[in-house]
Design a protein around this ligand. Structure first.
Ligand code: FAD
Length: 391
């Protein structure tokens, strides 16, 4: 049975239909039982809990977004709440789903032909195929609209890809990577579904992360990798098409940021109710209440923003600047919130035994990926001033 979260203080979940509420309740119960018990150990070891993949996919988490495979009523607000529930348990697990469902299935859904959608989307939804999204490069992050160095050359009935990618999530164990590369002929960015076992494709795990340690990020090198014409995304013909995918996923990352803030807030509130100092629970001290209430204010403002951004996606009025502001604002407020919540736990706020430390550390990567706060700010700045400050 669906229970609204106490952190959903103004009751935004009332927007969900009964079918959607049931799906969220099932997802939440599944995450509590099957995922939450595993995350601390995997975070410490920097390993991915592969055993969670089948169960996650059975919940439909990689089939939320795309009509062809939709198991639920599937509103954008529903998909947002699903991302929130995932992130509230663990930001890395939410990121796994964000890559598979948003970035990879999103690229196929928004840029693929009917045949490509029919071939790939059901496999991505079921988890039979695990995908990665390869945009960022060692020498090109924020400037990837202009700065990509990976090249694609058309020869006969195939393409030949050369270059390198950095930070690519799921790529150490996945099956296929959407590689964005510049066509040598027209200089435009195009997208390719590249099987990870292609000769010349090498993915190496990035070690020593202090954030999102469960996510397996890879450096990829592509050396004369041959990709058949059938694997070029039919409607990915310039960076504008990449940006269409990112517009959807950035709004989803904003929902993840709300989930992370809620996870940290719940950990802090629980702790504050039981830990006693100066003869009364922390929760009874005014300054602790201030931290908790400021956190709830951040969560509430961000939730209002992401709900409206999702409504706009539904009714076709969402533009790049709307998802960019949602991502920049919600991740900034998340960063502030996880620090306050960590503070409520004192010393215990920096050990993994209490969840606040994990949310605190993971928030840093969410703040920077899918467009940093600066880049998303500049996208909004361009929209409101008519001046592009980053070209
Ligand atoms: P840079 O672009 O080098 O930026 C460094 C700093 O300079 C940032 O603060 C940035 O905001 C600032 N800056 C840059 N340009 C400007 C400007 N014009 N004005 C003001 N400030 C500016 N990428 C993928 O393609 N696929 C993935 O699966 C993926 N997963 C990721 C997972 C993690 C954990 C992380 C950390 C990253 C991931 N990324 C992925 C890459 C991510 O999207 C980039 O890290 C991000 O876009 C920033 O690029 P960068 O790290 O190269 O930083």
């Amino acid at each position: 049975v669906f229970e609204p979260l106490a952190a959903d203080f103004y009751g935004f979940a009332a927007e969900l239909t009964d079918v959607e509420k049931d799906a969220i309740a099932k997802l939440r119960a599944h995450l509590e039982a099957e995922v939450k018990p595993l995350v601390t150990e995997h975070w410490e070891k920097a390993t991915f809990p592969h055993e969670i993949i089948p169960g996650l996919h059975e919940q439909g988490v990689a089939a939320f977004a795309w009509d062809e495979t939709k198991p639920f009523e599937n509103s954008a607000v529903f998909r947002g709440f699903a991302a929130l529930e995932l992130a509230r348990v663990d930001a890395s697990v939410a990121t796994y789903v964000g890559v598979q469902n948003g970035l990879v299935a999103g690229s196929v859904s928004l840029c693929g032909s009917a045949e490509q959608r029919a071939l790939w989307l059901p496999k991505l939804a079921s988890g039979e195929v695990i995908g990665s999204f390869g945009l960022t490069e060692p020498l090109s992050g924020s400037d990837s609209a202009q700065g990509l160095r990976t090249t694609a050359r058309h020869e006969g009935d195939h393409w030949v890809l050369n270059g390198s990618k950095r930070w690519i999530g799921n790529a150490t164990f996945g099956d296929v990577t959407v590689i964005w590369a510049k066509d040598e002929a027209d200089g435009q960015v195009k997208g390719f579904l590249v099987p990870n076992d292609s000769p010349g494709f090498v993915a190496t795990k990035i070690e020593n992360k202090v954030s999102l340690r469960i996510v397996q990020n890879a450096d990829i090198t592509l050396t004369d990798v041959v990709v058949p014409d059938a694997n070029k995304l039919a409607n990915a013909n310039s960076f504008r098409d990449t940006a269409r995918v990112l517009r959807h996923t950035r709004a989803e990352v904003a929902w993840e940021a709300v989930g992370i803030a809620i996870g940290a807030y719940e950990a802090a509130l629980d702790y504050a109710k039981t830990r006693v100092q100066f003869g009364k629970p922390l929760a009874a001290h005014q300054l602790i209440q201030d931290l908790l209430v400021k956190s709830l204010g951040n969560i509430t403002a961000s939730l209002a923003l992401v709900v409206q951004a999702s409504r706009m996606l539904e009714n076709g009025t969402q533009r790049d600047e709307h998802s960019a502001l949602a991502k920049a604002f919600a991740t900034s407020k998340m960063r502030e919130t996880v620090a306050w919540c960590r503070e409520v736990l004192g010393g215990n706020g920096i050990v993994l035994d209490h969840d606040a430390a994990r949310f605190f550390a993971d928030a840093e990567a969410i703040y920077s990926y899918e467009g940093t706060r600066e880049m998303n700010t500049l996208i909004v700045g361009r929209a409101i001033t008519g001046e592009a400050a980053f070209v």
